[in-house]
Structures are given as structure tokens and as C-alpha cells.
Design a protein around this ligand. Structure first.
Ligand code: G3H
Ligand code: 13P
Ligand code: ZN
Length: 324
């Protein structure tokens, strides 16, 4: 059992103020996943240098990989690093895809300032009940909560199944009022991972019509977009050039994310793009320097490129640069 700590003791911020400013300002807060030191350094440097608020998020896989206590102290270190850089950007530590009340409670008790409870795979009533339970606990500690309605589509699904997994606009008002969530993740055509759409075919546009319907029913309510990596083709090419095998990897075009960021979408989740950069640069570095065995060399090269990519996202895709 690790000791209890409130997020304010770690210098972290919850999402409430970040989201209200983002909705009013027509931009989205970046939510970048991290699992290790180099990813977190790149995120903090990019966001401090571009003066962008940031959500650093941790999945169940990250907690298993890196240890939850270690991640929490890394987040505290990230705040201190930003302040030492002379930046006072707000930094939120968020649980990504929380799978149970117990996981969410553990995070609330251990310094997270925001949690997601992902009940999207449950029946509507079960999703409401679980999400409400998490909200009631988390709000006692001023920790903000993200819920989800609709399941992100996978490209293997047939059209009918894809249709039925989009968020149903007629459910959102009831869900938000019954649960008390602070933000809502929706499904409008994105999906997780590096293979979002069929390669060689035109990328189908995101369902902005569904987003519009949702906005009409809950005006100004903070909306979250998961599965928002663009799968930058330069990195896919580098990976394939240096021994990888990632043919057919396709993501969401940046223009569509830019359009979403201007709406009430105020949190955009990006993980796969970071993984691609790191893999591409490590492969390239090791192929070109076969005698090198110092991890700082190849991870350093990856960290530098990741930082540049995240700055680009803040500045030209999310519009969060300068909003810290
Ligand atoms: O939404 C999922 C995130 O990309 C985290 O992935 O569960 O492999 O850490 P992970
Ligand atoms: P990507 O796989 O598109 O980066 O999505 C990440 C995500 O949604 C994390 O919750
Ligand atoms: Zn996600």
C-alpha cells in the first residue's frame, strides 16, 4: 500500500479550468501518454517551450510497466522541471482508460488530478452507475472525471457494427446529468493504434455531424477525442526503411483534428504518434551507429525528435501553444 497524497501537494492541476478556457478559446489541450523518462522529458520540454497547458496520462499498461508510485513521482518531477524552466503551465496527471472503481480510487488516493472511467463497453445503465460512483468519490477530492459514451471503431468491424458504436447524441444529456462527469469522450470515427483506416483508400472524414448534434444537446460541455494520432507517414517510412514492418499504417489527418480542436473538443489524446517517432529514431540511430551501445545516445535522439513533433502538434494542430 502506498501512502495517500493529494494532487495539490504535487503541484498538479485538475482539468476544470483548463477545459473551460479551451472551450472558450477554441483550442484543445494535448493529452500525451507517458511510460518512461524520455517521453515525459519530451512532453514537458515541448509544452513548456510552446507555453501549452498539458495533460500527462497514464494507462493501465503504463502503471503495470513503470510502477504507479514511480509514475506519480515522475509527474511531480515533471512539474518541478517545468518550473525550473521558468514555465508555470498547468500540468494535469490523468488516468487513461480506468477500468474499474478500484483503479480510479487508487489513482485519486495517490496524487492523480483527473481520472477516466471507461464504461463504454458496458450497458448504458451500468456505464451510468459505474461512472456516477467514480464521480462521487473523485469529487470529494476535487479530482475531475472523464466518462465515455460510444465505442471507438476498429477497421475490422463491418459497417453496421461501426455505425452502432458511434456515440448516440440522444444519450449524452442524460448521461452527463445523471453521472456528474466533468468531460465526455465520444466516438466519431477515430480508433486507437496505428492502423485506423484501410490503407490505399480515401480516409473517411470524422463524423462532425454527430459532434454537432452532441454540441447542440450539451452546449459548451468539454468533449474528448481519443485515438487522435495522425500516424505521420515520414516516421512510418523511416521505420520501414530501417528494418521495421508497418505497411498500411494510417491515422487521422491533421486538418480534421484542427477542426475538432476549434469545437467543444477540448482534450485530444495522442499516444501512437509518440511511439512511432521513438521507434523510427531508435531504428535509424542504431542502423547508422552499429557500434553504439549507450542508451542515452539512441534514446536521446528519439527524445529530441519527439519533442519537436509535440511542439508542432501544440502549435499547428491543437492550438494550445501560448495558452499556458
Ligand atoms: O488508449 C490507449 C493508450 O494508447 C495506451 O495504450 O494501454 O498500450 O498503454 P497502452
Ligand atoms: P492513439 O492510439 O491514436 O494515439 O490514441 C491514444 C489514446 O486515445 C489514448 O487514450
Ligand atoms: Zn484512448
Amino acid at each position: 500500500m502506498s501512502e495517500q497524497v493529494h494532487y495539490s501537494e504535487l503541484g498538479l492541476a485538475n482539468t476544470r479550468e483548463m477545459f473551460s478556457k479551451a472551450v472558450d478559446g477554441g483550442y484543445a489541450i494535448p493529452a500525451y501518454n507517458f511510460n518512461n523518462l524520455e517521453q515525459l522529458q519530451a512532453i514537458i520540454t515541448a509544452c513548456a517551450e510552446s507555453n501549452s497547458p498539458v495533460i500527462i496520462q497514464v494507462s493501465k499498461g503504463a502503471r503495470d510497466y513503470a510502477n504507479a508510485t514511480m509514475l506519480r513521482y515522475m509527474a511531480m518531477g515533471a512539474v518541478k522541471m517545468a518550473r525550473e524552466m521558468g514555465s508555470d503551465i498547468p500540468i494535469c496527471l490523468h488516468l487513461d482508460h480506468g477500468d474499474s472503481f478500484e483503479t480510479c480510487k487508487a489513482c485519486v488516493d495517490n496524487g492523480f488530478s483527473s481520472v477516466m472511467i471507461d464504461g463504454s463497453h458496458l450497458s448504458y445503465d451500468e456505464n451510468v452507475a459505474l461512472t456516477k460512483k467514480v464521480v462521487e468519490y473523485a469529487h470529494q477530492f476535487d479530482v475531475t472525471v472523464e466518462g465515455e459514451l460510444g465505442v471507438l471503431a476498429g477497421i475490422e468491424d463491418d459497417v453496421q457494427a461501426e455505425e452502432s458504436t458511434y456515440t448516440k447524441p440522444e444519450e449524452v444529456e442524460d448521461f452527463v446529468s445523471k453521472t456528474g462527469v466533468d468531460s465526455l469522450a465520444i466516438s466519431i470515427g477515430t480508433s486507437h493504434g496505428a492502423y485506423k483506416f484501410k490503407a490505399g483508400e480515401a480516409v473517411p472524414p470524422l463524423r462532425f455531424d454527430i459532434l454537432d448534434e452532441i454540441e447542440k444537446r450539451i452546449p459548451g460541455f468539454p468533449i474528448v477525442l481519443h485515438g487522435a494520432s495522425s500516424v505521420v507517414q515520414d516516421y512510418v517510412t523511416l521505420i520501414n526503411q530501417y528494418g521495421g514492418k508497418m505497411e498500411g499504417a494510417v491515422g487521422v489527418p491533421e486538418e480534421q483534428l484542427r477542426r475538432a480542436a476549434k469545437s467543444s473538443v477540448c482534450k485530444i489524446n495522442i499516444d501512437s504518434d509518440g511511439r512511432l517517432v521513438v521507434t523510427a529514431k531508435v531504428r535509424e540511430y542504431l542502423a547508422n551507429n552499429p557500434g553504439e551501445f549507450d542508451p542515452r545516445k539512441y534514446l536521446g535522439a528519439a527524445r529530441k525528435e519527439l519533442m519537436a513533433l509535440l511542439k508542432h502538434k501544440n502549435e499547428t494542430v491543437l492550438g494550445s501553444a501560448g495558452k499556458g
